[in-house]
Design a protein around this ligand. Structure first.
Ligand SMILES: *[C@@H]1O[C@H](CO)[C@@H](O)[C@H](O)[C@H]1NC(C)=O
Ligand SMILES: *[C@@H]1O[C@H](CO)[C@@H](O)[C@H](O)[C@H]1NC(C)=O
Ligand SMILES: *[C@@H]1O[C@H](CO)[C@@H](O)[C@H](O)[C@H]1NC(C)=O
Length: 575
């Protein structure tokens, strides 16, 4: 059943606030964005980094930590210094493996180096702790209960690498989901046959207790799958947790379900292996409401259909469900239809706060080995504030299939880094229809087109290249200066363009079609003015979020957005 609501475009308090500033800016010469043909562009960055990007996380040194599983045999990247990893519990190469299963990709230099993970990180989860260190949890086999940390390394420190803690978790976490909490800990939920949650780090490391979660028992399919549940931290401090076809709002502090949301559409599953994707839509300043958007998935039974003699690949789900998770009376899913069906897609919030990229994946089949046959090459942009029926726009198609075990992250320059795809148990490069992908590509959304150069803000203060992140506290004022090309001719007429806003984005941990901890907040603009004597330069003061419930502590990217065109971001550390 498809239905489009007639409800009005979301209330946007920031808009009212900005209206008079825009007047100033228009007079001062900042332009209204012209309507421009959308499309975006693909660029090959690396033909092979030697490791397939099953998991990716951008850190505040502008390097992306990439890792795969450790037990499929040799990768195409040697360990540093001729080292070999000898792990008798390793399934594929117990007597020694001299290849890397993790890499650090440096965005600025478009280069990479091998990193060393010891135990298996297969299908695991992660969070960036408030100090900017990636904390990865779980995996498989010898890595089921381990936690591993990877810091944001100093430039040139080639010895900077992963550290591991054995048996750090209370349960095996294979296909679990993490969400950073306002206190900086990770909430870790689910995993294969794990109907429970726990926290990391532990106040007492010997405390390996977990909290049982009946909701995960209720929502599993006949094979006990509802893996990688979608988790979002609501603005009231509770956790929105979606598994397969419905969600709850969990007060994790009291272990109480405070709200139950209705079944999404016809009840078809949206979580692994029927992997759809999910985002918490951008939050307005001092938000009173929050919405979640879940797109794609695969009908019940699709995974089984890909097995056995018949091997049919059922068309994926083309529907999205959008729900106001803060609605305490009767929250309802509003169903919208994407231009094409998609399973194993990724949803990434673009830094302009106006667009969500839906990218990667297939139009049929499911997640799992050899379980899809038709890649969905074309990303789609979803514009949450447009009217229903006018929200989706198909983008330029990729040339590379990004199927099972592919991932994508937002970079500070506004591009999306896309990698991975390995629907095979091993690295298979020949005699397979979809060879294991070791390359990295960038998808540049339309806002990066040259035609937008005159509109593109550039942050001058704090220095975007100064290295250290700007330090801010909750509710504090952050003063920014930015410029917009002064030679720009004045033009009017872009639909919905022309406003200046400031956004703050938490870089997610992306794997298996879900970007964990992804969060975008519009910041309240307190004051904006032209800088005297410096044509095309403006100062703007923004108010940081008031609480760690709105923005858990850590590193965020801050962008100035002119119309729909974002600047390059700067790193901000809020604590
Ligand atoms: C990886 O290495 C194998 C074996 O040396 C080679 O056949 C294959 O082409 C390489 N693949 C890539 C993508 O570099
Ligand atoms: C898939 O097949 C297995 C094994 O035959 C069966 O137990 C399970 O119920 C099936 N799953 C679904 C979702 O139909
Ligand atoms: C992939 O490679 C492995 C190891 O070389 C091989 O055993 C397996 O059959 C290959 N898989 C496919 C789908 O060809």
């Amino acid at each position: 059943m498809e239905q489009l609501t007639s409800r009005s475009v979301r209330e946007n308090p920031a808009r009212h606030h900005l209206a008079h500033l825009l007047l100033i800016l228009t007079c001062a010469g900042i332009l209204v964005a012209p309507a421009s043909a959308a499309g975006g562009r693909w660029d090959l960055l690396q033909r092979s980094i030697g490791v397939s990007a099953m998991h990716m996380q951008l850190l505040h040194n502008d390097r992306v930590i990439i890792f795969d599983r450790t037990d499929f045999g040799h990768s195409n990247l040697s360990l540093p210094g001729g080292h070999c990893r000898v792990n008798p519990r390793e399934r594929a190469l117990p007597s020694g493996d001299c290849t890397a299963h993790s890499a650090e990709y440096d965005v600025a230099s478009n280069s990479f180096r091998p990193l060393t993970v010891f135990t298996d990180t297969w299908c695991s989860s992660g969070t960036v702790s408030p100090d900017g260190t990636l904390v990865q949890t779980g995996g498989w086999n010898d890595g089921y209960r381990n936690a591993r940390t990877m810091p944001a390394c100093d430039s040139g420190d080639e010895s900077c690498d992963w550290s591991e803690t054995q048996d750090a978790l209370g349960a095996n976490r294979w296909y679990a989901t993490n969400q950073i909490l306002p206190d900086g800990r990770a909430f870790i939920v689910g995993g294969r046959r794990q109907f429970s949650y726990e926290y990391y780090p532990k106040a007492d490391p010997s405390d390996t207790s977990v909290v049982q979660m009946p909701f995960l028992v209720q929502t599993r399919d006949p094979e006990e799958n509802n893996l990688y549940p979608f988790v979002h931290l609501n603005i009231d401090g509770n956790l929105f947790i979606f598994a397969n076809n419905r969600a709850i709002l969990l007060d994790y502090k009291r272990n109480k379900v405070v709200r139950r949301y209705p079944v999404l559409a016809d009840g078809d599953p949206r979580n692994y292996p029927s992997s759809g994707s999910s985002v918490l839509l951008p939050l307005k300043p001092n938000p009173t409401e929050a919405e979640v958007l879940i797109c794609g998935g695969a009908p019940s039974g699709s995974y089984n259909s890909t097995k056995g003699g018949a091997r049919t690949f059922v068309p994926a789900l083309a529907t999205c469900g959008r729900i106001k998770i803060t609605d305490d009376a009767s929250p309802e899913w509003v169903i919208e239809t994407m231009p094409s069906p998609r399973v194993m897609g990724d949803m990434i919030l673009l830094p302009n706060g106006a667009e969500v990229a839906i990218i990667n994946g297939a139009a049929d089949g499911t997640a799992g080995w050899e379980a899809a046959s038709t890649p969905n090459y074309a990303p789609v942009i979803y514009r949450p504030d447009h009217s229903p029926g006018d929200r989706f726009e198909v983008q330029t198609a990729a040339g590379v299939a990004r199927l099972y075990h592919s991932s994508v992250v937002l970079l500070r320059d506004g591009r999306l880094l896309v990698g991975g795809s390995n629907p095979h148990t091993y690295y298979n490069f020949s005699n397979v229809r979809f060879p294991t992908e070791l390359g990295l590509e960038a998808f540049s959304p339309e806002y990066l087109d040259e035609s937008n150069d005159m509109l593109r803000p550039r942050i001058l203060v704090p220095s975007p290249t100064g290295g250290a992140a700007a330090r801010v506290t909750y509710g504090a004022t952050l003063a920014l200066q930015f410029s917009v090309p002064a030679s720009a001719r004045r033009r009017r007429g872009g639909a919905g363009g022309g406003e200046v806003s400031v956004t703050m984005v938490a870089p997610p941990f992306t794997t298996h079609s879900f970007a964990m901890n992804q969060r975008l907040l519009f910041l309240e603009v307190a004051r904006m003015a032209a800088v005297r004597g410096r044509a095309g330069t403006y100062s703007v003061s923004v108010t940081m979020p008031e609480t760690s419930v709105l923005a858990p502590p850590g590193y965020y990217m801050v962008f100035v957005v002119n119309g729909h065109v974002p600047s390059e971001g700067i790193w901000v550390h809020i604590q």
